[in-house]
Ligand binder design. Sequence first.
Ligand code: AMP
Ligand code: MG
Length: 267
Amino acid sequence: MMSLRIAPGSKVRLARFDPADTSAFGGTKAQALRDSQRHLQRLNQLQELLYACHADPVLVILQALDTGGKDGTIRHVFQGLNPQSVKVARFRVPTPIELDHDFLWRVHSEVPGKGEIAIFNRSQYEDVLVPRVRHLVPKTVWTRRYRSINEFERTLALAGTTILKFFLHISSGEQRRRLQERLDDPTKHWKFSPADLEERSRWPLYTPAIEEMLERTSTPWAPWYLVPSDKKWFRNWAVGRILVDALEARQFQWPSLPPGTKVTRIP
Ligand code: AMP
Ligand code: MG
């Protein structure tokens, strides 16, 4: 799975990554769905271990353009986890109070504590995308945010947090299809926003903004994974697999009985 990881310091040209590429899996959709079921079971066990050990936290960051699949990824990859130790934070257009603070203020309060997994549906990365593309702040302001973000994530990593960042990469054609579906299907009308069309027209401006974000903030302590996401089954498989691998690497052990426990049979 290392193939989806963006090596720190490397150049990123999104046009070179086919959003429909599933070769990192290499099998059929049916095989991937079976694998994903196994990922769910394993993730459930690993989460219980993380919670039991009160181990250092895990932060999963999901970024994508509209319809990229952040919600679907959360629904599929994290289903079946124990709600007691998972939290999802979603970041919307900043409120006036949030805008009166530094851009990380609202983010820091949502980071996971020991034993927890937090999933960010959008994140601090909105602040180097939307304000740049829409000219909401001067260039001098958004450019220094890369460093602030890297240092912020470094702080979290030094405190023990495992950070995994996923950019869900879809094609313009796939976005058109998904937006059309939201228009056509009454059960999806709630997801449709005319603002999404405005954002869609800015696609050529988002591309370099995303490339620079991936280039400047994929770090050894908080790597980005560029996930081809036109095929939902591949996206779910890839995110699940990367998560399972990252948690397996932590090598949790079940905590033993409290020291001095002498009893072996409950009277
Ligand atoms: P949704 O995720 O569909 O609920 O939409 C949330 C909206 O909030 C998206 O259009 C985001 O681009 C926008 N948003 C989130 N964070 C920021 C931010 N820091 N600055 C500007 N817009 C943001
Ligand atoms: Mg939306």
